[in-house]
Design a binder for this molecule. Structure first.
Ligand code: SF4
Ligand code: SF4
Length: 68
């Protein structure tokens, strides 16, 4: 499985980064249309546990290969 993001939805609240067990989330140096630095996943570190998907209040994450 793999996790993808929808950067336009991110409000840079930091919940995903604080809860990722693998330290796989950082913030982009670029801003989205709303002026936030969206969360970015390091695919080398991500184990597709789905925690970021669970904690994000803005529906940024999608776990591919798993029915929601
Ligand atoms: S799926 Fe799990 S390991 Fe991957 S970025 Fe989200 S919280 Fe981190
Ligand atoms: S939890 Fe969602 S809105 Fe908050 S920083 Fe992470 S991706 Fe962005």
């Amino acid at each position: 499985m793999k996790v993808e993001t929808k950067p336009a939805r991110c409000k840079e609240c930091g919940l995903c980064k604080a809860n990722c067990p693998k330290g796989a989330i950082s913030f982009s140096e670029h801003t989205n249309a709303a002026g936030y630095h969206p969360a970015v996943i390091n695919d080398e570190l991500c184990i597709a546990c789905g925690i970021c998907y669970t904690v994000c209040p803005d529906g940024v994450f999608h776990v591919l290969g798993k029915e929601a």
